[in-house]
Design a binder for this molecule. Structure first.
Ligand code: HAM
Length: 418
């Protein structure tokens, strides 16, 4: 028996209404904010992610699905959506468009992780990217899209955590201080932190191990080492968020798991869930476009996992509107009537009435039984008598009442009724 690969899931018909709801709200809010959709391939050259997400990150080191294609080129199933959008921005000369360029995407993301609730090897992300300007008003715009998106779904109790991790001018001196501090404590660090100290010192602040908590709490904080430009950028962002009445919490330990961030980083945490399970996150990445070979263009973005969003909807008891399903079952008595019934079902569908046609050589009784188990409220029946008189029988399944009508009359009635 084959099974879906570990960490992946089938989205069955009965779950689709959640997906439609969430992805529909994503599209709606992006349209309201003037963002346009972009779709990029699900795989890219491996090097794109090594250069952007960063060689020392868990994503690049441990989580990428990388393969050589038939011509030996190294490809990777995308482990995130920002780098591909930046690649597309550069490739299509989007710096020639009015800046900033506002884009959004919804699609599958692949990370080889240890599967658990809300953590999968294939998940879907909704993300937005605003590329081409450094204005902190755009940081506030992206955060307000994220905030507004969750609110439009009815989610409550979310917490926005905010930090600034500085820029290429002020961060190196801070990293030096952080490294010195951690080197003094290297004997008591967990094995992961010992390796972070060598490869990616900023991530030391993200360690959740109880044995490292005391060290994290005593560590120098980036907020005390920001340059004047970073301080005023962060100050302006906080002011805009206050004006937008979006509550935030400052979290000096928030550093995020991708290397491209500069200045603003943020995460949205669900109600009463641990720090590991951010519902969404993002930040500014002012150097990434230049790093990938484009003309320098500062940018900011955000992404959220659709599965995690749905988990939170379920957790809060929020149900999506149901997807309109078929309402009419078309039944027939005998093979001659079946030929007429096929035409009749086509007429119903052309008139916008979702219909399911009976199939096979079942008798009328078992056709009605099937309509009943599918939960269809109306059945249209055609037999020899109806063909002769140019009529159909309309059966109301709730009360079992049957009426003989002309097809156009039956269509008119079905269009009126739910
Ligand atoms: P990220 O925080 O790595 O950021 O992922 C964004 C969101 O995707 C997470 O908050 C989470 O909801 C979801 N997610 C991540 N990994 C998994 C997983 N294994 N299973 C289920 N859901 C997951 C980024 O990817 C950045 N590209 C976001 C960004 C956009 N930054 C700037 N622009």
């Amino acid at each position: 028996m084959y099974k879906a690969p570990r960490g992946t899931a089938d989205i069955l018909p009965q779950e689709q209404s959640f997906w439609r709801f969430v992805e529909g709200k994503a599209g709606e809010i992006c349209q309201v904010y003037g963002y346009e959709r972009i779709d990029t391939p699900v795989f890219e050259q491996t090097d794109l992610f090594c250069r952007s997400v960063g060689e020392g990150t868990d994503i690049v080191e441990k989580q990428m699905y990388t393969f050589a294609d038939q011509s030996g080129d190294k490809m990777t199933l995308r482990p995130e959506g920002t780098a591909p959008v930046c690649r597309a921005y550069i490739e299509h000369g989007m710096h020639n468009l009015p800046q900033p360029v506002r884009l959004y995407y919804i699609g599958p993301i692949f990370r080889y992780e240890r599967p658990q609730a809300g953590r999968y090897r294939q998940h879907r992300q909704f993300g937005v990217e605003t590329i081409g300007e450094a204005d902190p008003a755009l940081d506030a715009e992206v955060i307000s899209i994220a905030w507004g998106f969750y609110a439009s779904l009815g989610l409550e109790g979310l917490r926005l955590q905010l930090n600034s991790i500085g820029c290429q001018d002020c961060r190196p001196a801070y990293l030096q201080k952080l490294t010195e501090y951690y080197t003094d404590h290297s004997q008591t660090l967990c094995p992961d932190c010992r390796s972070r100290l060598q490869r990616n010192p900023l991530r030391l602040l993200d360690c959740k191990k109880p044995s490292c908590q005391g060290i994290v709490e005593g560590a120098p904080q980036i907020s005390e080492h920001l340059c004047q430009e970073c301080i005023s950028h962060f100050g302006a962002l906080k002011d805009y968020l206050e004006r937008l009445q979006i509550p935030y919490e400052l979290n000096p330990y928030l550093v995020r798991g991708l290397d491209y961030y500069t200045r603003t980083v943020f995460e949205i945490q669900p109600e009463k869930m641990g720090g590991q399970s951010a519902l969404g996150g993002g930040g500014r990445y002012d150097n990434l476009i230049a790093q990938l070979g484009g003309r320098p263009a500062p940018a900011i973005g955000f992404a959220t996992g659709i599965e995690r969003t749905i988990l939170n909807l379920r957790h809060q008891g929020i149900l999506p509107p149901s997807v309109p399903s078929a309402r009419v079952y078309v039944a027939y008595l005998g093979q001659e009537a079946k030929r007429e019934a096929i035409k009749m079902a086509a007429r119903l569908r052309q008139s916008g009435i979702p219909s399911i046609m009976a199939s096979g050589s079942k008798g009328l009784k078992s056709q009605l039984k099937q309509a009943n188990s599918l939960g269809l409220p109306h059945v249209l029946i055609i037999g020899d008598e109806e063909m002769k008189n140019d009529t159909v029988i309309l059966r109301d399944m709730a009360i079992g009442e049957q009426t003989s009508l002309r097809l156009d009359e039956a269509l008119a009635r079905l269009q009126e009724r739910p």
